[in-house]
Ligand binder design. Structure first.
Ligand SMILES: Cc1cc2nc3c(=O)[nH]c(=O)nc-3n(C[C@H](O)[C@H](O)[C@H](O)COP(=O)(O)OP(=O)(O)OC[C@H]3O[C@@H](n4cnc5c(N)ncnc54)[C@H](O)[C@@H]3O)c2cc1C
Length: 600
C-alpha cells in the first residue's frame, strides 16, 4: 500500500549528527532557547501532520481536481479543512517575526516542515508554499502601513498569497510583461492586465487573497528595469471599501498533467486597486526575495517527493517476487523466484534514489542553516558571506534537486514496472506532479544560466572560489585513510571546476555564446562539488558514531560509497562536454543548430 513514513532518523542524522544544528543556531541571540529536544518535537509534530492529514488527501486532490463555478474556484474535498488545521497548529508562522505574530523559529525547521509537506501532497503545499516568500518580500520592502495591514494575516495564514508574474507572452522573460499600473491621487494604483498560470489565484480556503503583482508604470523604461511590484488584495481589508471585492477575477483554470489539487488560474485585473511595494521600477529586486524563497522551497520539494518515491518503491521491491536472482542465497534455493530487490539492476535504481534523497537533504538543510545565519548572525561580515553562499546555492538546489525529484519518481515507476504505469499503485501521480517543479519558479535552464552568468562569471568566480576554498580546506583537515579515494576524487573535482570556470570565463570574452552552451553542465558540476563534500562529511560522521547504531551508520557509509562509485563519475562526462565545447569554440566555433533543426 502506498504510504509515507516521516524520515525522522535521517533528518536527525543530518541536523544533529552532521551539522549540530541546535548548537549552531544557539549562537544567534534570537535562537538562544533552541535545543535539540525542541527541534525534535517540532519535526515529529510536522511529520505527524504531513503523514496523517495531508498524505491521505493527495490522491483525493488528484482525482477530484479544482473547479471554477461562477467565478469562484472550488478546491478538492478536505483541502480547506487541512489548511485550517495547519493554521491552528501555527505552522504558517513558524519562521516569522514574533512582532507580527510569528513563532520566530529557524528557517531550518521550516525547511524540514516543507520537505514533509511536499513529500505528502505537493498540490496542497502550493497554497501555503508562497506564504513565507510573500511575508519576506513585504517585510523587507513594504511601507509600515502595508506591513501592519498584511503581515499579521499572512503570518497567521488567515490570508493566502500569490505571485502574479507570468503573462501569455511573458514567461521566462519577464521584461516583456505588459500589465499596467497608473497612480491614483490617494497614493494607490490602478492595475490592468492578464496574468496566467497563477497558482492559488483564487480558492475557497481563505476569505482573502494577497496578490503580489508585477506591472509597469506609464514612465517605465522598457525591459526588466521598468517593472514595479504591487500588493493587490482580493477583498479590501480597510478604508471606505473595506470588505468589498477588488476588480480582479479568475477567468479560467488550466487542465494539466499533475498537481490537480492546485488551481492554476488565469487572472484578469481590471483597474484593480493596488499599492506599491518597494521603489518604482525596482519591483523585480523585491520580487526576487519571494522568488528565492520559493526556489529553495521548490528544491526542498524535489527531495521530499523523491523520498516518498524511494520509500514506496523500496517496499514494493521487497514484496514483488519475479525472476531468480543471480546472487540468491542458499536459503532460497527451493523458491521459484526472488524479491526484485535482490536483482542488482533494481538495487542500482534504489541506491541512486537513496543517495540523491539523502544528499539532497544534506544540501537543503545546509542551505537553510545558511539562511538562518544570513539573517541572524551577530557579525555583519558573516551574514554577508552566508547570504552570498546561499545566492550561489539557490539555483543549484532549485534545478538539480527538482531534476532528481523527477528522476527519483521515474526510477520508482520503473521499479513498479507496469504496475507503476497504471494509476492504482499511486506512484504515477508523483511522477506527473513533480514534473512541474523543473519548470516553474524559473525553468531549470534559466537557473543554470543564472548560476553561471550572474553568480559565477559576473564576479570572476570569486564567490565560487570561496566555496571551493572551504571545501578544499576541510578536505585536507579531515583526510581519513578509509576515504582516501573519495577525498582524491573531490580534490580533483574542485580543481577541475576552478580550471573550467577560469577557462569558460576567459573564452566567453571572445565567444559570448559559449557559457550558454555549457551552463547546465557547469551547474551540475558545481552541485556535485558540494554534494561530494557533504557525502564525505556524512561518511566521516557515520564512522565516528558507528557504534551507537551500527546498522544505520553502516548503511550511511555504504550509501556514501555508492555515491562516489556510481554517481560522482557523472562529473567526468560533464567536464568532458565543457572541454569539447571549449576546444570547438577555439577551432571551428560553436555550432548554431537552428538551421539543422529545421531541416526535414
Ligand atoms: C502549474 C503551474 C503553476 C505556475 N504557477 C505560477 C505562479 O504562481 N505565478 C506565476 O507568475 N507563474 C506561474 N507559473 C508560470 C511558470 O513560472 C512559467 O511557466 C515558467 O516561468 C516558464 O515560462 P513559460 O511557460 O512561458 O515558458 P517559456 O519562457 O516560453 O520557455 C519555454 C522553454 O524555453 C526555454 N527558455 C526560455 N528562455 C530561455 C533562455 N534565455 N535560455 C535557454 N532556454 C530558455 C525554457 O527553459 C523552456 O524550456 C506556473 C506554471 C505552471 C504550469
Amino acid at each position: 500500500m502506498f504510504a509515507y513514513r516521516p524520515p525522522l532518523k535521517d533528518i536527525q542524522f543530518v541536523l544533529a549528527d552532521m551539522f549540530q544544528a541546535a548548537s549552531v543556531l544557539q549562537q544567534y541571540p534570537e535562537f538562544a532557547e533552541i535545543d535539540q529536544d525542541l527541534m525534535q518535537q517540532v519535526i515529529e509534530e510536522a511529520g505527524r501532520y504531513a503523514s496523517e492529514i495531508l498524505f491521505p488527501l493527495n490522491a483525493v486532490g488528484d482525482a477530484e481536481g479544482c473547479r471554477l463555478e461562477n467565478g469562484q474556484v472550488k478546491t478538492p474535498a478536505g483541502f480547506a479543512s487541512a489548511y485550517h488545521q495547519f493554521c491552528e497548529a501555527g505552522w504558517p508562522a513558524l519562521a516569522c517575526d514574533p512582532e507580527y505574530g510569528g513563532q520566530g523559529l529557524p528557517h531550518t525547521l521550516n525547511s524540514v516542515l516543507y520537505e514533509m509537506l511536499n513529500a505528502t501532497n505537493l498540490a496542497w503545499t502550493m497554497f501555503p508554499g508562497l506564504l513565507h516568500g510573500a511575508y519576506s518580500c513585504i517585510h523587507r520592502y513594504a511601507t509600515e502601513d502595508i506591513k501592519k495591514t498584511y503581515l499579521p494575516k499572512i503570518v497567521s495564514g488567515e490570508w493566502l498569497a500569490t505571485m502574479c508574474l507570468t503573462e501569455p507572452h511573458a514567461g521566462s522573460d519577464l521584461g516583456l510583461l505588459r500589465t499596467k499600473a497608473i497612480s491614483n491621487d490617494d497614493g494607490s494604483y490602478r492595475i490592468t492586465g492578464t496574468k496566467i498560470f497563477i497558482s492559488g489565484g483564487d480558492q475557497d480556503i481563505t476569505e482573502n487573497i494577497v496578490h503580489l503583482v508585477l506591472a509597469r508604470l506609464p514612465d517605465a523604461p522598457a525591459g526588466s528595469k521598468g517593472i514595479s511590484l504591487f500588493v493587490v488584495p482580493k477583498i479590501f481589508p480597510e478604508g471606505e471599501r473595506a470588505g468589498q471585492r477588488n476588480s480582479l477575477i479568475c477567468t479560467g483554470l488550466e487542465h494539466k498533467m499533475g498537481i490537480h489539487g492546485s488551481p492554476t488560474c488565469t487572472m484578469q485585473f481590471d483597474d484593480a486597486t493596488g499599492w506599491l511595494v518597494g521603489e518604482p521600477h525596482r519591483g523585480l529586486a523585491a520580487m526576487f526575495v519571494m522568488m528565492n524563497s520559493a526556489r529553495l522551497q521548490v528544491g526542498i520539494g524535489g527531495v521530499g517527493i523523491a523520498e516518498t518515491a524511494y520509500q514506496n518503491s523500496l517496499a514494493y521491491a521487497n514484496e514483488r517476487i519475479q525472476s531468480r536472482a543471480v546472487n540468491r542465497p542458499e536459503s532460497r534455493k527451493n523458491e521459484p523466484a526472488d524479491p526484485i530487490v535482490m536483482h542488482p539492476a533494481m538495487q542500482r535504481l534504489l541506491m541512486s534514489q537513496r543517495a540523491w534523497v539523502e544528499g539532497g537533504r544534506m544540501l537543503t538543510y545546509y542551505s537553510a542553516l545558511l539562511l538562518d545565519g544570513a539573517e541572524h548572525h551577530p557579525d555583519p561580515a558573516q551574514r554577508k558571506e552566508m547570504d552570498e553562499q546561499l545566492a550561489l546555492l539557490t539555483p543549484i538546489i532549485k534545478a538539480v534537486m527538482t531534476d532528481q525529484g523527477f528522476a527519483g519518481a521515474s526510477n520508482a515507476v520503473q521499479i513498479y514496472g507496469g504496475h507503476g504505469y497504471v494509476c492504482e499503485t499511486g506512484i504515477e501521480q508523483y511522477m506527473r506532479d513533480v514534473r512541474i517543479t523543473m519548470i516553474y519558479e524559473g525553468t531549470n535552464e534559466i537557473q543554470a544560466i543564472d548560476l553561471l552568468m550572474r553568480k559565477i562569471l559576473a564576479d570572476k568566480g570569486h564567490r565560487l572560489g570561496q566555496l571551493l576554498d572551504t571545501i578544499d580546506a576541510t578536505l585536507a583537515a579531515n583526510a581519513d585513510k578509509d576515504l582516501s579515494v573519495a577525498v582524491t576524487a573531490v580534490q580533483k573535482l574542485t580543481a577541475t571546476l576552478r580550471d573550467l570556470t577560469e577557462r569558460v570565463g576567459q573564452a566567453s570574452l571572445e565567444h559570448p555564446v559559449l557559457p550558454y552552451h555549457v551552463a547546465s553542465e557547469m551547474m551540475r558540476l558545481t552541485g556535485h562539488c558540494i554534494l561530494s563534500w557533504l557525502w564525505l562529511k556524512a561518511s566521516q560522521t557515520a564512522t565516528t558514531l558507528h557504534d551507537n547504531d551500527p546498522a544505520f551508520y553502516d548503511a550511511k557509509r555504504h550509501t556514501a560509497d555508492y555515491y562516489f562509485t556510481y554517481i560522482l563519475p557523472e562529473t567526468l562526462q560533464l567536464a568532458g562536454v565543457v572541454e569539447t565545447c571549449l576546444a570547438r569554440a577555439k577551432t571551428q566555433g560553436l555550432q548554431d543548430f537552428r538551421g539543422d533543426l529545421n531541416v526535414q
